[in-house]
Design a protein around this ligand. Sequence first.
Ligand SMILES: C[S@@+](CC[C@H](N)C(=O)[O-])C[C@H]1O[C@@H](n2cnc3c(N)ncnc32)[C@H](O)[C@@H]1O
Length: 310
Amino acid sequence: MNRVVDQVDDGAGVDDTDPQTYSGVRLGPLQPGERVTLTDPKGRRHSILLAPGTQFHTAKGAIQHDDLLGGPEGVVVTSTGGVQYLALRPLMSDFAVAMPRGAAVIYPKDAAQIVMGADIFPGARVIEAGVGSGALTCALLRAIGPSGRLVSYERREDFAEIAKRNVENFLGRPHPGWEVRVGDLVQTLDSEPVDRVVLDMLAPWECVDAVAEVLQPGGVLCCYVATTTQLSRTVETLRAHEGFTEPEATESMVRSWHAEGLAVRPRHAMVGHTGFLITTRRLAPGVSAPHRKRRPAPGAYGEDYTGPRR
Ligand SMILES: C[S@@+](CC[C@H](N)C(=O)[O-])C[C@H]1O[C@@H](n2cnc3c(N)ncnc32)[C@H](O)[C@@H]1O
């Protein structure tokens, strides 16, 4: 394993080889500079950055930061107006949905599926494009740990800057194995071999040839797309390439439940649609995917079909 060098002058005996150091998780007593979420009795949330001698002002009076500093999270503090607030550090999922955005972010339910579907592992060499606001990046960096390497490509410099800020805020320090490259993936991809590739962009099919050059045999490619037309074009391009296994397309729906006494039922509101995942694995050089035995559905590739063909 590579020895990782501490890149920030945090002084406090940080162990750079400890996976927790680059996980975005903080434990122990609350410290100045840490973010805490205060939740009121109606479920409204306020995010505060802890600073000694500072107050957070609500419509129902002030809360002293000093009441929280040095103590545990999971405590209840009372404003001068008598309202109680529950104080907890945000989880990665809280951070991802609340962080400043350039592009739309991948939601936690999909990020979780990507980490599993793309089989992201500690020490993995991963490519991601585009980086957008950096929400998925946080999940990927946590999964690869300090010995992994993630190169994130982003066409837009302004989005790359937002992502860098978000990710550093989340981790609390720069990750030694993370690099952001501003540019189009196809035009700027170098020949470094990688184990996993995750694409979240409008036209992932345009990147299939380039990605196939660097993805190692058995390596996983995972594409996240928002529409069925993107899904179809991506799947057909992967098939036509022949250097990948039969692509699998999925979507995940998460339904929250209301559970109270005898009233146990799905919640009325849910996030109806986010996107689809397409996963496939790279074959060895020169090997072509076996032709499927099963015939395509009647009309699937009829005269109206104009997409890529094998
Ligand atoms: C939906 S956003 C990615 C969001 C990101 N996954 C997140 O969770 O915050 C898509 C991004 O891909 C970038 N993009 C699109 N095509 C690209 C390409 N070929 N190379 C690099 N970046 C690309 C866009 O500029 C955009 O910022």
